[in-house]
Design a binder for this molecule. Structure first.
Ligand code: GDP
Ligand code: MN
Length: 383
């Protein structure tokens, strides 16, 4: 689960990481009132879960109420890389002497935590990694031993941060590691971590991804649930109780069970296609669930064919097939569809599917063959 910047900063604050005082506003009047309370200059920041907000015009300094109103009006409702700004974070503007970068993530390959610090902050870190990899100091942290103040100092020195920033930056790093571990995050990133002209170090931006698997021990995460950004289809699917994740490809996928849905995505890739989504309809495959799934998928204009991959278990093949037949009567499908039905009573199920088979609705008992046909019907392999 990704947090908005303002939520990330509130998370940081719980672990003692210094952030600027501020508040959230969803209307222009609220933003102005907040600015008045904080005192000028303030910075007004678009709250969307995408980087590069500054470059897109989503971050502006305001010196008085007039400017606060002007910038809040421009930023609220703004579209940044497909994300509409519904709220702004307003905070006291900081004077900046230097901008640095700091993060902790999990390095699965190394079975360790990975700390990264750079004196080249405030810019896209991927770009720094590509242009000048030596500018990022890295340190693997043994999760059983933890991260010591000595390691923090060593990392700060290796990254070449300014001497005035060393103490403050090392302190932030130690707290950031606690936030990462005790806060059950997959990623904590501060870009930029700033040094002010009077020698203080604090977090000017916050990117926090929480580990959903740890949600059971964080009842307080409930407050974030309502703010998770979903696209239109993800919202629609969530309401219908379907496990849907949108992807960038062109073959719509419906499968029962998360494992089968993942294998279906793999197989589509393997034969040269690209999945448009991951959709797990769960154990059953009633007409209603199938109709809902088809509705969600066919609302995606990138979808050029649909691959339905169902393995009958407790839900028998004939029930699945009846569900598909009824769903096809309810939802108007404009793209071709390939159905692979296997498992319990698959033969009876396939017999039932005959009534809907045509040049555009094809049944194939073999998963690989079905994937190939779905990709071919979508217009073939993507270049
Ligand atoms: P991002 O572009 O989405 O990563 O947004 P950031 O929160 O990192 O802000 C982008 C840039 O805006 C920073 O690197 C700073 O240069 C600038 N900025 C943000 N907050 C302040 C502030 O309080 N004062 C000043 N002077 N600049 C700021
Ligand atoms: Mn940033």
């Amino acid at each position: 689960m990704d947090l908005f910047e303002y939520q990330g900063k509130q998370y940081f604050a719980r672990f003692g990481i210094p952030v600027s005082p501020g508040g959230v506003a969803s209307t222009v009047d609220e933003a102005v009132a907040l600015s008045e309370r904080l005192g000028y200059p303030v910075v007004i920041k678009a709250q969307v879960q995408v980087g590069g907000r500054g470059k897109a015009g989503g971050i502006k300094l305001a010196a008085d109420a007039g400017e606060a109103r002007e910038h809040a009006s421009a930023i609220l409702g703004m579209d940044i890389k497909g994300h509409v700004v519904r709220a702004v974070w307003v905070e006291r503007a900081s004077d900046i002497a230097k901008e640095y970068y700091a993060s902790f993530t999990l390095d699965r390959g190394a079975k360790a935590h990975l700390a990264m610090v750079s004196a080249r902050g405030g810019v896209d870190i991927e770009q720094v990694a590509a242009e000048d990899p030596a500018a990022i100091a890295r340190l693997h942290v043994d999760p059983f031993l933890g991260f010591s103040p000595e390691q923090a100092h060593e990392l700060v020195a290796r990254a070449g941060l300014d001497d005035e920033a060393a103490e403050g930056a090392a302190d932030v790093l130690v707290k950031l590691y606690r936030c990462f571990v005790e806060g059950d995050a997959d990623l904590v990133e501060v870009n930029p971590l700033v040094l002010t002209p009077d020698g203080r170090v604090h977090a000017l931006d916050a990117k926090v991804t929480l580990d959903d698997n740890a949600a059971f021990r964080h009842p307080e995460w409930e407050e974030f649930a309502g703010t998770v950004e979903l696209d239109e289809r993800e919202r629609m699917a969530r309401k219908m109780g379907l496990q849907y994740v949108g992807l960038d490809g062109f073959v719509g996928i419906i499968a029962n069970g998360a494992g089968l849905a993942m294998s279906t995505c793999d197989v589509v890739n393997q034969v040269g296609g690209m999945p448009a989504n991951f959709l797990d309809i769960g154990g059953g495959a009633s007409a209603e669930v199938m109709a809902n799934a088809l509705e969600v998928i066919s609302s995606d204009t990138n979808v050029r064919s649909i691959f339905v991959n169902i393995f009958g278990g407790i839900t028998r093949g004939e029930e699945v097939a009846n569900g598909i037949v009824t769903a096809l009567g309810r939802v108007d499908i404009t793209v071709p569809m390939v159905i692979r039905l296997d498992g319990t009573n698959a033969a009876q199920g396939r017999e039932i599917l005959r009534s809907v088979e045509s040049g555009k609705v094809i049944s194939s008992p073999n998963m690989m063959d079905a994937a190939r046909r779905a990709v071919a019907l979508a217009g073939g392999v993507q270049k």
